[in-house]
Design a protein around this ligand. Sequence first.
Ligand SMILES: Cc1cc2nc3c(=O)[nH]c(=O)nc-3n(C[C@H](O)[C@H](O)[C@H](O)COP(=O)(O)OP(=O)(O)OC[C@H]3O[C@@H](n4cnc5c(N)ncnc54)[C@H](O)[C@@H]3O)c2cc1C
Length: 331
Amino acid sequence: MNNFAYTRAESVAAVPGLLTSGPRNKILGGGTNLVDLMRENIEQPGGLIDITRLPLAEITDLPEGGLRVGALVRNSQLAAHQHVRERFPVLSQAILMGASAQLRNMATTGGNLMQRTRCYYFYDSAARCNKRQPGAGCDALEGHNRIHAILGSSDACIATHPSDMCVAMSALDAVVQVTGTEGPRSIPIVDFHRLPGDRPDTDTNLRPDELITAVDLPPLAFATNSLYRKVRDRASYAFAIVSVAAVLETENGRIGNVRLALGGVAHKPWRAAIAEKQLHGEPATEESFRRAAEAELAPARARKHNGFKIELAKRLIVSVLSELSRKGTAQ
Ligand SMILES: Cc1cc2nc3c(=O)[nH]c(=O)nc-3n(C[C@H](O)[C@H](O)[C@H](O)COP(=O)(O)OP(=O)(O)OC[C@H]3O[C@@H](n4cnc5c(N)ncnc54)[C@H](O)[C@@H]3O)c2cc1C
């Protein structure tokens, strides 16, 4: 671990200036990802800006059933919140399928959004990794790539985004609130994380002087009928191989509204816009769900070891939407 300066931020307004006051300064949230990466010398911040005493740990109601989640709300607090469980159950389920109870007690909403990939080659400083060291090359391309991306990848990087929470937030059209030296701005979560292109070292569109202050969940009445399903190598304490977050509203057996996002398949939470468009107005049947899943996965590109993810993602989409359609009919 490199030597670094430690500063405790006294106000939100002070953070952008602190971030730009030294080389490679980084925010410290719960520390469950950043400190691990520092121990391995993968992250080498010049200074840590500890924001954990800032007043950003509240969940507040927004008009018409929306919620504002402060950046320091812990994952366990968010999953257990009554309004989250009632209005956005998919989010509560996704968080509870991630990490462990101890980790969720520490992990913050902002830190979860910013957590880095679990690609083995990113963590192995002896391996070539364009994300860790731009221009170095990527050993995952021809290496052991069973957990890697099938959608939106590039020849520079096939890493996936590891978060469960963000997949649910993507299906819920969450909006990330940030503030920097130029003031506050709002970033729809679908635009918050990036595809790798030729700059996989940059995970998000957050600027170096900005911090996340909150995430807004817009009102979405039909999100009460929502579900998260995660396929992983162990029953707990494992990252997603493939996951699906879905929200479904049916009317007289036809699909009125649907929101669908996939995890474990791309460099960012993957909003399944092709499938959503195709499903709108269709009969809520397994055949429709399968056709939409085929269309969404048509651009998928398999590497040597991860081809199984393509069929797995299709089956997961069909099974989650079928379950939601049965639940929606029963309500
Ligand atoms: C063993 C293990 C298993 C795990 N399993 C899962 C899993 O199954 N699913 C899953 O989704 N996650 C899993 N995680 C990851 C865990 O969810 C993340 O480590 C956690 O969410 C990170 O939050 P944090 O507050 O600890 O972030 P930190 O480690 O403090 O920070 C992470 C990054 O976010 C930045 N940051 C933090 N807060 C802000 C802010 N407000 N604004 C801007 N930048 C900020 C930091 O600078 C840093 O770059 C696992 C972690 C471990 C260690």
